[in-house]
Design a protein around this ligand. Structure first.
Ligand SMILES: *[C@@H]1O[C@H](CO)[C@@H](O)[C@H](O)[C@H]1NC(C)=O
Ligand SMILES: *[C@@H]1O[C@H](CO)[C@@H](O)[C@H](O)[C@H]1NC(C)=O
Ligand SMILES: *[C@@H]1O[C@H](CO)[C@@H](O)[C@H](O)[C@H]1NC(C)=O
Ligand SMILES: *[C@@H]1O[C@H](CO)[C@@H](O)[C@H](O)[C@H]1NC(C)=O
Ligand SMILES: *[C@@H]1O[C@H](CO)[C@@H](O)[C@H](O)[C@H]1NC(C)=O
Ligand SMILES: *[C@@H]1O[C@H](CO)[C@@H](O)[C@H](O)[C@H]1NC(C)=O
Ligand SMILES: *[C@@H]1O[C@H](CO)[C@@H](O)[C@H](O)[C@H]1NC(C)=O
Length: 485
């Protein structure tokens, strides 16, 4: 068992029986794979939280990074080492004892049933024996009468009683065994309680509760791991080559399972036709699509499809329109007050990219700039139903020098440009209203990125790169502090 890099200790005393159960059942319950034990994400720094138990071999540890290199969530539980368990005299002894008690309880039940049956037989025989006694007396009293006949009857009765002798013997032996077992069980019970006291006053019930508790916390841990800080972006995969230099494409992060429709918008103005492809495969391999005509042309490439509607910036305005594809109607529209438009505060590539709408794990966001914030980026959380601003955050990053921006887990990531060598270099955390400079390379395969958005369902970045629709996987990183568990 290799030692993973991230260390989060969950200290639990364990008994062998429970540990077996846990190491076999728990990982599958929380969607873990034991093969992950040896997979430490490359380049992840060792950030032990320093809460490792004094005796790591004896305790549970939870290791986590948000995602492995392929974008999957990784949460690793390390069980106490098996070898240690078997070397642990106490737990071994305890397991044997418990097993023995279980075996013996079974034996005692069997014995009891048998002796009960035998007892009934013996009681019946007793009645017959008494009857025989009376007969013998009668014979003694009147041995003149019909002796031969009486003897015959007695002999028959004796024949009948003969099989009872071994039964009675067995019964006696069993009774002795039962006594022995009872004594042994009594002895074991006291040994067990002593052991339990020694091990830490855990009874089975309590350990069980602890196990359930750990399970719950692991689930919570998995939930938390759905979010994290961006630490890496994979190389781009080109999904399709089509359209002009500028455009946007996406899937709906809230689409029901099985709905993998792809939405496609070519160009940043003078267009109001949204293409719908039935599936990613259709998108990749065919030109079979249906077109939706929007009531207004859009501006820029900041549209987003969310929960069956497209949200877009109406051309030459700071109006946001929510258009429901199913009913083909505008279900809501609203102004983003103060938001610059008409190339006032575009991304560095231009193209009326003043207002960028996007969705992350937390919901719908609008990225824009205002005069009030001196042309720096403003982040607004929007209510997807009313288009009202729920909360706004002002950053110190000039919108016009941003290449593109995308939101992951409430953090806005900004790239340094749209052409040439590109990287994600600025992050603004809305949870704490703080920013930091980072350096995450972003492969710019076709040298002109006009759209870059995160999809929380796929945990992927969708980009429009010079007439190519490309995808990137992201690696998110989350450290679980012990107090979170
Ligand atoms: C778990 O590991 C086994 C190999 O030990 C592998 O076949 C299986 O696909 C893995 N499951 C997941 C969900 O990664
Ligand atoms: C992202 O990861 C998934 C799962 O490993 C993989 O199938 C897909 O090809 C990856 N996509 C990119 C763009 O690397
Ligand atoms: C309990 O019974 C099983 C099967 O009857 C046996 O394999 C095992 O050794 C027994 N355990 C003890 C401790 O006697
Ligand atoms: C039970 O314990 C007593 C005293 O510790 C001992 O004398 C006796 O032999 C034990 N009985 C069995 C069946 O182990
Ligand atoms: C805010 O989120 C970032 C990354 O998502 C994280 O590193 C940071 O600790 C969080 N801050 C607070 C105060 O929760
Ligand atoms: C194209 O899509 C339509 C409707 O979705 C479908 O009826 C038709 O069979 C598709 N054609 C091809 C070639 O896939
Ligand atoms: C998605 O839309 C449905 C109705 O179409 C609504 O009931 C649901 O609340 C919406 N979900 C979100 C997260 O907005």
């Amino acid at each position: 068992m290799s030692v993973p890099l991230l260390k989060i200790g969950v200290v639990l005393s364990t008994m062998a029986m429970i540990t077996n159960w846990m190491s076999q059942t728990l990982p599958s319950l929380v969607g873990l794979n034991s093969t992950k034990l040896s997979v430490a994400p490359p380049g992840v720094p060792d950030r032990s939280t320093g809460v490792l138990p004094a005796n790591p071999e004896e305790s549970w540890q939870v290791y986590s990074s948000a995602q492995d290199s392929e974008g999957r969530c990784v949460c690793t539980v390390v069980a106490p080492q098996q070898t240690m368990c078997s070397r642990d005299a106490r737990t071994k002894q305890l397991r044997q004892l418990l097993e023995k008690v279980q075996n013996m309880t079974q034996s005692i039940q069997n014995l009891d049933q048998r002796t009960q049956k035998d007892l009934q037989y013996v009681q019946r025989m007793e009645v017959q024996l008494r009857g025989l006694e009376t007969k013998f007396k009668q014979v003694e009293e009147s041995h003149k009468q019909n002796i031969a006949k009486q003897y015959k009857a007695i002999k028959a009765k004796m024949e009948e009683l003969r099989p009872m002798i071994p039964v009675l013997e067995e019964y006696k032996a069993d009774a002795k065994l039962v006594m022995q077992f009872k004594e042994e069980v009594k002895n074991l019970t006291s040994v067990l309680s002593e052991l339990q006291e020694e091990i830490g006053a855990f009874d089975y019930e309590e350990l069980h509760n602890r196990v359930s508790n750990l399970e719950e916390r692991l689930r919570a841990c998995m939930q938390k791991l759905a979010c994290g800080k961006l630490t890496g972006i994979s190389d781009a995969i080109t999904i399709k080559t089509s359209g002009s230099r500028y455009g946007s494409w996406m899937t709906d992060p809230l689409a029901p399972d099985g709905d993998t429709r792809v939405w496609y918008m070519d160009g940043y103005h003078n267009n109001r036709f949204v293409r719908e492809y039935k599936s990613m495969a259709d998108f990749m391999y065919s030109d079979n699509f249906t077109s939706h005509r929007l009531p207004h042309p859009w501006s820029g490439t900041g549209q987003v499809v969310y929960n069956g509607s497209i949200y877009f910036n109406k051309f030459q305005s700071n109006t946001i329109i929510k258009f429901d594809f199913k009913t083909a109607t505008i279900s809501k529209s609203g102004q983003l007050d103060y938001a610059g438009f008409n190339n006032r505060y575009h991304y560095s590539w231009g193209g009326h990219s003043d207002i960028d709408l996007m969705v992350d794990e937390g919901g719908l966001w609008a990225i824009y700039a205002t005069n009030q914030n001196a042309g720096n980026i403003v982040i607004s959380k929007l209510n997807p139903a009313t288009l009202q601003i729920v909360k706004s955050y002002t950053t110190n990053h000039p919108k016009r020098s941003a290449g593109e921006a995308f939101m992951i887990c409430g953090t806005l990531y900004v790239t340094n440009g749209y052409s040439g060598g590109t990287k994600v270099y600025y992050a603004f955390h809305t949870n704490s209203s703080t920013y930091e400079y980072i350096d995450i390379p972003l492969q710019n395969k076709y040298s002109h990125i006009s759209m870059l958005d995160y999809n929380p369902r796929d945990r992927a970045l969708y980009a429009w790169n010079n007439g190519h629709q490309v995808l990137y996987n992201v690696t998110l990183f989350h450290v679980i502090r012990s107090e979170e568990l």
